[in-house]
Design a protein around this ligand. Sequence first.
Ligand SMILES: *Cc1c(COP(=O)(O)O)cnc(C)c1O
Length: 237
Amino acid sequence: MSLAENLARVQERIGAACARAGRDPADVTLLAVSKNHPASTVAEAVGLGVTLFGENRIQEAKVKIPASPGRARWHFIGHLQSNKAREAVALFEMIEGLDSLDLAAELQKQAEKQAKTVRVLAEINVAGESSKFGWNPDRFLEQLADLNAFPRLELHGLMTVAPYSADPERARPVFRRLRELRDEAASRLGAPLPVLSMGMSGDLEVAIGEGATVVRVGTALFGPRPKAVVRTEGDGA
Ligand SMILES: *Cc1c(COP(=O)(O)O)cnc(C)c1O
């Protein structure tokens, strides 16, 4: 299957899921997860109208982003090590995967130095998987006021990765819980947190049914991932 065919299929899936949920497809953004794929693939996707891309390694992103069309916009989508915060702030328009107050403090410091505002999503480990990063939901609510106090961080919403299952319905309670947590956090802050980044190649329909505004899709667009194009030690998962 070509990228154009895969993209059409993913857009159809998003459209059908929105129709079932009574939602406007314009309210769901496709984030193309380009990790491990080269800049030439990004360029091809941009040519097909994809505008938003996700990367999870700084070493890879700092080579790929400058080599990609300037129209592409970039979100960091994984766990970010504090010592990579400076480069992340410089490269990405949003950090999805803010998972601790320590990282928030480091992003604040780097944003100050670069005279920038950093848009973030808080990553929540809804299912409490030990293999995943992200806030425990209760702990997130406890720390919300502290998180909101960093003047250069703008919290736009929440992000989660559901446990893998061959049955996408298994992810539904996880996505629902993320939406409820968002509602609770927004009411405590007295500010909307409009972004819910949830759903991937295997479970995007379920995520859209539960309110996703960003779906992060890699494999269904680009096929199986090759090994990382740039790999360096200690650069995260
Ligand atoms: C790799 C990755 C994805 C994409 O997963 P696919 O199953 O290939 O669509 C989405 N979100 C995050 C955080 C990822 O690391």
